[in-house]
Ligand binder design. Structure first.
Ligand code: UDP
Ligand code: MG
Length: 320
């Protein structure tokens, strides 16, 4: 049996409400491409009827469906990596389960790849998310643009296509917390982007709270850049230099104009300054903690995810 030309990877976390609509649109869209394809669902420890629905779908289309059931919730990006290690397509497309990325757009990504690109990212047109999410995304995109070397117009868009060489490179990485589109970008030779449509979530609710969104972006920042740390030490240096200058100024004033010296007007400034410095120190400590935390996660060498079961035909189980 020959390997599929296309693997579609879909992470699923408590998407019982959205899956029926996804199945109904995904398979016809893929059949229409006229390629040998496989769909790899990764259940990321769902506690709703997602697993039952995935089992059903596997029973209906076993020749093109594979399902990896993870034991616990490890997060969208780890779930995608679990699928990357198993998918066999020459090209791999990631997609969300909630139909926010229309599966009909996959052909457009593949067409762009045919032009010689090994990595094609989607850029959501007329994004259908709450205003808060859109403005947060814009700010975080801006921040990433300035702290990493990664050039992406829309980092939050998960409708993306990766060439086999990139997926292989990603599989070589042993990162325990990562951001797949950024990791892929660092291995891409000729990345490109295409506009893709965006729809409102078909059913269910977003799995990202403000806190999880923030965490994800710390992963992105500290996982791909040392700039935050370097910026911090730079600022520390400037502040230290400024305080030395200030000290010299105070001494000069005491020596040459003792009559204007009044402890009162300095105290007020000093309080503010101390507040500022304390804030900086705490922030810096926290920042160092982010990196130390990543190192800690990495050196534990724990398995990144535990697989409960894999649903696939025996013939598909062989490694690529
Ligand atoms: N997801 C996952 N594990 C998680 C959180 C999310 O596998 O811990 C999946 C989710 O089922 C969906 C995709 O990741 O297929 C994107 O999640 P969601 O649509 O909730 O994110 P949003 O569109 O709000 O950014
Ligand atoms: Mg979504």
């Amino acid at each position: 049996m020959s390997a599929p030309q296309l693997s579609v990877v879909i992470p699923v976390y408590n998407e019982g409400a959205a899956l029926p609509a996804l199945f109904a649109r995904l398979y016809p869209a893929l059949d229409a491409l006229g390629l040998r394809y496989e769909v790899l669902f990764v259940d990321d420890g769902s506690r709703d009827r997602s697993v039952a629905l995935l089992r059903e779908q596997f029973a209906q289309r076993p020749e093109v469906t594979r399902v990896v059931l993870l034991r616990s919730n490890v997060g969208q990006h780890m779930a995608i990596l679990a699928a990357f290690e198993r998918c066999r397509g020459d090209r791999v497309v990631t997609l969300d389960a909630d139909l926010q990325n229309p599966p009909e757009e996959i052909g457009r990504l593949l067409a762009k790849m045919d032009e010689g690109h090994d990595y094609v990212g989607g850029v959501r047109q007329a994004r259908q998310d709450p205003l808060f999410r859109r403005s947060a995304s814009r700010a975080l995109n801006w921040l990433r643009e300035r702290t990493t070397r990664i050039k992406m117009t829309d980092q939050g868009c998960m409708l993306r296509a990766y060439d086999r060489t990139i997926v292989d490179a990603i599989n070589e990485c042993r990162e325990v917390s990562t951001f797949v589109p950024a990791l892929a970008y660092s291995f891409a030779r000729a990345p490109a982007e295409v506009q893709v449509a965006h729809e409102v979530r078909s059913a269910g609710t977003s799995k990202y709270s403000l806190y999880r969104l923030l965490r994800l972006n710390f992963d992105l920042m500290t996982g791909f850049s040392l700039v935050p740390l370097q910026l911090f030490s730079l600022t520390g240096m400037l502040v230290a230099a400024a305080s030395v200058l200030l000290y010299l100024l105070v001494i000069a004033r005491r020596l040459f104009a003792p009559e204007t010296y009044d402890i009162g007007d300095l105290v007020w400034d000093r309080d503010l300054l101390e507040f500022f410095l304390l804030g900086m120190v705490l922030f810096g400590l926290g920042l160092v903690g982010e990196y130390v935390g990543r190192i800690y996660l990495q050196v534990r060498h724990r398995p990144r995810y535990v697989i409960d079961a894999v649903l696939e035909r025996a013939a598909d189980a062989e490694p690529r």
